[in-house]
Design a protein around this ligand. Structure first.
Ligand SMILES: *[C@@H]1O[C@H](CO)[C@@H](O)[C@H](O)[C@H]1NC(C)=O
Ligand SMILES: *[C@@H]1O[C@H](CO)[C@@H](O)[C@H](O)[C@H]1NC(C)=O
Length: 318
């Protein structure tokens, strides 16, 4: 056995070894380098970057009012009204009945979306918030469409944490795949920096929502005889059908062929055969978000269509 003296001298020598190296950052002569390489492309924002980043505002606005209302009972108009730029308030948004943990997480997500709106609008200019339908009716219809029959009682996203998280499964994922899709088409170094920052946080939000649901994957969602996993599988299948571009969306449990390295059926993160995130273009995203499978025909979350050049031109092409 080690004597107390031997032990304390060992302890002391630990400090003597580590203290000098720990102290280094405070050394006057040590100059940490915090500068990145200068960008290879010296243009900060190309004109064509603007349209794609402005397109993303449609989704960021949806997420912002969805999370803020769900957690706090009020939305962007109460937090940063100038960012709505005169756009109408959302339809049917309300405070959800959330447990403490979920409420904290969702409030943080909501505030994050305010930052995203500010970052995009201050970089590429803004457009007004579109009309957004966050009503019980809209979510109930999405779930009915996902299952192909009328859920009885109709699905209500606001009545408890589980339903709210299932409804949230629908939301940041579209932003995530949209940013991955936009990446090859934007080139300015400021635009790219913005996009990477947005993508990382959207992916984080999506992963947290999915992880919380995965913990309960096998539970039934009351009062339905349907598990959490089945809900996610049906929502993902619906989005694949509406977008009409193959499998780019996967539920929490998949056939092993679709799992990571075809070795697992757990699927906390939806990704392709190389475990890279799927990507979607603006038309695919609108087909899903409109719920119509048609980028020329608005509906669903955006009853009057998206704002900005990309969405407006697609509407005129109806
Ligand atoms: C700091 O690091 C960057 C990127 O590696 C480099 O371009 C730059 O020259 C460095 N600055 C100094 C003072 O060493
Ligand atoms: C619930 O679903 C399971 C599996 O799909 C089925 O076996 C069972 O009969 C259903 N129960 C009710 C009450 O519908």
């Amino acid at each position: 056995m080690m004597s107390p003296w031997a032990f304390s001298s060992l302890f002391l020598s630990f400090f003597l070894i580590f203290l000098p190296s720990k102290a280094k950052p405070f050394d006057h002569h040590f100059q940490p380098n915090c500068t990145s390489n200068p960008p290879v492309v010296s243009v900060s924002v190309f004109p064509y970057d603007v349209e794609l980043l402005q397109f993303a505002l449609n989704l960021e606005h949806m997420e912002c009012d969805w999370f803020l209302y769900g957690a706090l009972g009020h939305g962007l108009d109460a937090i940063a009204p100038e960012l709505a730029m005169g756009g109408p308030p959302p339809i049917g948004a309300m405070k959800a009945k959330l447990d403490h943990l979920t409420q904290r997480i969702i409030a943080e997500f909501g505030y994050q979306e305010v930052g995203h709106l500010r970052a995009i609008k201050s970089t590429v200019g803004g457009l007004p918030r579109p009309l957004i339908d966050l009503s019980v009716h809209n979510f109930a219809k999405i779930m009915d469409d996902a299952f192909g029959y009328h859920l009885n009682p109709p699905f209500n996203p606001y009545i408890n944490s589980l339903n709210y998280l299932l409804a949230s499964y629908i939301i940041p994922y579209m932003g995530l795949v949209g940013y991955v899709g936009a990446n090859p088409n934007i080139d300015g170094f400021v635009s790219k920096r913005l996009l990477a920052g947005l993508l990382a946080v959207e992916a984080g939000q999506d992963a947290i929502i999915r992880a919380l649901l995965y913990e309960r994957a096998k539970e039934l969602v009351p009062p339905y005889n349907i598990t959490v996993a089945q809900f996610t599988i049906h929502i993902s299948n619906l989005r694949n059908e509406l977008a009409k571009c193959g499998i780019k969306d996967e539920g929490l449990i998949v056939p092993t062929e679709l799992g990571a390295e075809q070795r697992t059926c757990s699927n906390i993160i939806s990704a392709n055969a190389d475990s890279l995130a799927y990507r979607r273009n603006p038309a695919e995203i609108l087909r899903v978000v409109y719920g119509t499978g048609n980028e020329h025909q608005p509906g669903g979350f955006l009853p009057k269509g998206g704002n900005g050049k990309i969405a407006r031109e697609l509407l005129q092409g109806a």
